[in-house]
Design a protein around this ligand. Structure first.
Ligand code: PLP
Length: 368
C-alpha cells in the first residue's frame, strides 16, 4: 500500500469518491442479500428496478428536477445525443441553432446535420472572435424563435471554458438543449431554463456507459414514430427506461454517487467547494509571476477543467512526468492543446488541489 494518496486529475473517466468504490467493493459479490452482483442480475429484477428508481429519485432531488421533466439513463455517451437531439426534437422544423465554443460543441455542430435535412445554423463561433479563450455572450447568439432548439455546451472540457452565468433565453425563444457532461451537479441550476439537459456520466457522475437525459415532457410530442425505438426518447420514456437493457452497473455506481452527494450536503455545498477549489488553483497560476499561464478570460474560466502551461513544451512534459511520480495523476493536457489540465470535478477534494499547488510551487523553484 502507498502511504501518500493518489489524486487523479483525469478529465474522464474521472476520479470517483473513495467511499463509493468501497461500497461497490463490499457489495460486489452479494448486493443487499440477493446473492448476486449487480453486474449479473436481471435488469427487470426487483433489486435492479429499485436501484434505477432510487437513482432517478435522488438525481431529481439533487437537481430539483420539476415533475414535468423525464429522466432517462441511456447509452452511447454524450456523443450520441448530438444526433438523437436532432432526430427527435427537430422533426417538423427547418433549423437548429448551434453555438460553437470549443472542442465539444464543434464536434456536435459537425455531427448534428448528419441523417437530417434540417439546417444546423451556426449561431455563434467562439473561435473566430474569442480564440476559444472567451465565450460569446448569450446576447450575441444569432438565434431564431422558429428554430427547433438551441444547442450549446455549458462547460468546454478541453478548452477550460465555462459559462459562469447559466444561460437563459427569452420566453419566445426555442428550448435550450445543453450538453452538461463536464459540469452536471457541480453547481445549482434551474432545470426549467432548459428544454433538455444531457450528460455522459463519466466526467462528474460515475463510470462511462450511462448517459443522463433530462427532457421536458412536452418535447416528447415532437418524437416521430419513424425514429427507431432505440434512438427515440419517447420510446424510452414509454418503457420507463427499459426499452432495451440499460447499462445496469454504471447506473448502480451513479446511484451511489448521488447518495454520496446528498451526504456531502448536495449541489449547493458542492458549488461552494468547487468555487473554492477553482479560485485556489487559478490564484496559484496567476501569482506565479508568469511561470504558469492560463489565457482564458477570468470571466469564462472553467471551475471544472483548469488548463495551464509553462509556455515551454519540454518543461510541460517534465511537469507531467514528475507530477505523476508524486501521485498527481493524468495532468497532461488534451492532445491537441498540450500543456496541463487539472480536472477538479466534485469527487476531487480540496486537499488534492492543495497537493497540486504545492507541487507547482516546488517545480517552479527548481525550474523557474
Ligand atoms: C467528454 C465529453 C463529450 C463526449 O462524451 P462521450 O460520452 O465520450 O460521448 C461530449 N461533451 C462534453 C462536454 C464532454 O466533456
Amino acid at each position: 500500500m502507498r502511504n501518500t494518496p493518489i489524486y487523479n486529475f483525469s478529465a474522464g473517466p474521472a476520479t470517483l469518491p473513495e467511499s463509493v468504490l468501497r461500497t461497490a467493493q463490499s457489495e460486489m459479490f452479494d448486493y443487499n442479500g440477493t446473492g448476486f452482483s449487480v453486474m449479473t442480475m436481471s435488469h427487470r429484477s426487483d433489486a435492479f428496478m429499485s436501484i434505477l428508481y432510487h437513482a432517478e429519485q435522488d438525481l431529481r432531488q439533487l437537481l430539483a428536477i420539476p415533475d414535468n421533466y423525464k429522466v432517462l439513463f441511456l447509452q452511447g455517451g454524450a456523443s450520441a445525443q448530438f444526433n438523437m437531439s436532432v432526430m427527435n426534437l427537430a422533426n417538423g422544423f427547418k433549423r437548429v441553432d448551434s453555438v460553437v465554443t470549443g472542442q465539444w460543441s464543434r464536434i456536435a455542430h459537425e455531427q448534428m446535420g448528419k441523417l437530417s435535412d434540417v439546417e444546423i445554423h451556426l449561431a455563434a463561433h467562439g473561435g473566430e472572435r474569442y480564440q476559444f479563450n472567451n465565450l460569446p455572450p448569450v446576447s450575441s447568439w444569432d438565434i431564431s424563435p422558429d428554430s427547433a432548439f438551441v444547442h450549446f455546451v455549458i462547460n468546454e472540457t478541453v478548452h477550460g471554458l465555462q459559462y459562469r452565468e447559466v444561460p437563459k433565453l427569452a420566453d419566445n425563444m426555442p428550448p435550450l438543449v445543453c450538453d452538461m457532461s463536464s459540469e452536471i451537479l457541480s453547481r445549482r441550476i434551474n432545470v426549467s431554463d432548459f428544454g433538455m439537459i444531457y450528460a455522459g456520466a463519466q466526467k462528474n457522475i460515475g463510470p462511462s456507459g450511462a448517459t443522463i437525459v433530462i427532457i421536458r415532457e412536452d418535447l416528447l410530442e415532437r418524437c416521430s414514430d419513424r425514429v427507431p425505438d432505440v434512438w427515440n426518447y419517447k420510446s424510452h420514456v414509454q418503457r420507463q427506461g427499459m426499452y432495451n437493457t440499460p447499462s445496469t452497473y454504471p447506473i448502480y455506481i451513479s446511484g451511489l454517487v448521488f447518495r454520496w452527494l446528498q451526504s456531502q450536503g448536495g449541489v449547493a455545498q458542492m458549488e461552494t467547494i468547487n468555487t473554492l477549489k477553482a479560485k485556489t488553483l487559478y490564484d496559484a497560476i496567476d501569482s506565479s509571476g508568469g511561470f504558469y499561464i492560463n489565457n482564458v478570460d477570468p470571466a469564462a474560466r472553467s471551475k471544472m477543467n483548469v488548463i495551464f502551461t509553462t509556455g515551454n513544451k519540454e518543461l510541460d512534459e517534465l511537469f507531467a512526468q514528475e507530477s505523476t511520480t508524486r501521485g498527481l495523476q493524468l495532468l497532461r493536457g488534451y492532445k491537441s492543446m498540450g500543456g496541463m489540465r487539472a480536472s477538479i470535478y466534485n469527487a476531487m477534494p480540496l486537499q488534492g488541489v492543495e497537493a497540486l499547488i504545492n507541487f507547482m510551487r516546488e517545480f517552479q523553484r527548481r525550474y523557474g
